[in-house]
Structure formats: C-alpha cells, structure tokens
Write a protein that binds this ligand. Structure first.
Ligand code: C5P
Length: 237
C-alpha cells in the first residue's frame, strides 16, 4: 500500500497574465510547479508523484522535478492535463499504479504549501478519514448578493466558514468513484471546477476538515506573486 500525489499544473493562468501556463511562471528563479513539487517531496509521505502538465511539457517537467531533494525513491510520472481542472485530476488518477491506496490531489498553484500540511492531510486519511480538506478561517466579512449586487440577507456568520485549500486527501476508491460519477452524470460547473472533496461528498463520503495554513494560498493574480516572493524571503530570513 502506498500514497500517491496528483499535482495538477495544466492550467492556463489567464488571470495571472504572465504569458505562460501558471505552473511555469517563475518565482525566485524556479517555476511554481517546482516549488510545489519540492514541498510535496519534503513531506516524505508520497511514494508516487504524478505531474499533470500542459501537453508537450511532460519531459521538461519530469526533468525539473527529478533532481529535487526528496525525489530519491519516489516514482515520478508526468501526464498531459485536460481542458478543465477535473479532467486534469482524472488524467492524474489514471496514471497511479495499483498499489496506491491513499491519494492526495494538490494544486501546483498552491506552490508554497508547507510540507507539514501535506503530511497532516495524508495522516488523516491513513488513520481512517475518507476525504480530507485543509481549511483556514475567513477574516473578511462575507455577504451574499444578487446579480445586481443587492445584498440578500445580512452578513454571513464567518466563524462557521473555512476557505478550502489543497492538498485534499482521499481513500483511493472514494476519489475514483467520485470522478467516475462526475464524468457519467455531469456536474454543476462550480462544483466540478475547483474541489474534489465536493465530488466525494456527492457520493455520501464524509469530508473531514483539518486546519490549513495561510502559506498554502493559491497564486491566481499578479498580487499573489508579490506575496509569494515575500513569503520566500521570510522563510530564508
Ligand atoms: O485555475 P485554478 O487556479 O483554479 O487552477 C487550480 C489548479 O488546477 C492549478 O494548479 C492549475 O494548474 C490546475 N489546472 C489544471 N488543468 C486545468 C485547469 C487547472 O491542471 N485545465
């Protein structure tokens, strides 16, 4: 039995407007994909790592990651992603060998996710949870509005809210059945786009929330790159 991580890195990065696929945007001299993979490897919990990258960039990606500390003894594969995140995750799942029983799905865009967070999610699945997500408290006031921007109801009690991060961890049969169900029946775009645990929940699998970390934020917009640069500088200080 072993743990496999599917690291999805095949997005276009339109909102980052950096002129290359997001995972290949350079932060402190190295692509986001490399930062993300390095932290997954440093967690020490994965025996298999599948990089899901834009078609044509598989060899380059494998070469970038294979020399990283922690890569010795980890079986590395790179496969082409799909048109949306869900199909990229499905491509990664299909590349995992039969002996993998715990699966982590992680966004390369969450490139500074601490190794401890990867290990904690893995441990929660190993010790019995079916589906695990890291979540951080919401610090802003949150309101629902209609299409015109008119408030619907009052502010939402933020103490009950969590911003959900990755890696998300699953027993293998849970994530595989969830993805099979999603491709058979189709799903609301909002669910299918970003969150594998929501797919698992559709099967009735309970989702466990473990504490996330601020450093696992997703690089989406140019300001996030400035924040990531600052986080790296702080780590080195
Ligand atoms: O677009 P978004 O920031 O939500 O993407 C989250 C993660 O999913 C990123 O790491 C991105 O590279 C990945 N992704 C993918 N294939 C797609 C779309 C997104 O691997 N078609």
């Amino acid at each position: 039995m072993s743990t496999g991580c599917v690291l999805v890195a095949a997005g276009s990065g339109t909102r980052l407007a950096a002129g290359s696929p997001k995972a290949f945007v350079v932060l402190d001299g190295r692509p986001l994909l490399v930062h993300a993979a390095e932290r997954v490897l440093r967690s020490g919990v994965c025996q298999h790592l599948v990089l899901v990258v834009p078609d044509g960039r598989q060899d380059e990606s494998t070469a970038l990651v294979s020399g990283l500390a922690g890569a010795e003894g980890v079986v590395l594969r790179a496969v082409a992603g799909g048109a949306d995140r869900r199909s990229s995750v499905a491509a990664g799942l299909a590349a995992l060998p039969a002996d993998v029983d715990v699966v982590l799905v992680h966004d390369a865009a969450r490139c500074l996710t601490p190794p401890e967070q990867v290990a904690e999610v893995e441990r929660a699945v190993r010790t019995g949870a079916a589906a695990v997500v890291p979540g951080v408290p919401v610090s802003d006031t949150v309101r629902a509005v209609d299409v015109e921007g008119v408030p619907r109801g009052g502010p939402i009690d933020r103490t009950s809210l969590r911003l959900v991060q990755t890696p998300q961890g699953f027993r293998r049969e849970v994530i595989e059945r969830a993805h099979a169900l999603a491709s058979e029946h189709g799903l609301p775009a909002a669910l299918a786009a970003t969150d594998d645990a929501s797919l698992a929940e559709l099967l009735g699998a309970p989702v466990t929330v473990v504490p996330g970390r601020e450093e696992a934020f997703k690089v989406t917009r140019p300001l996030d790159l400035a924040l990531a640069t600052a986080v790296l500088a702080q780590e080195r200080a």
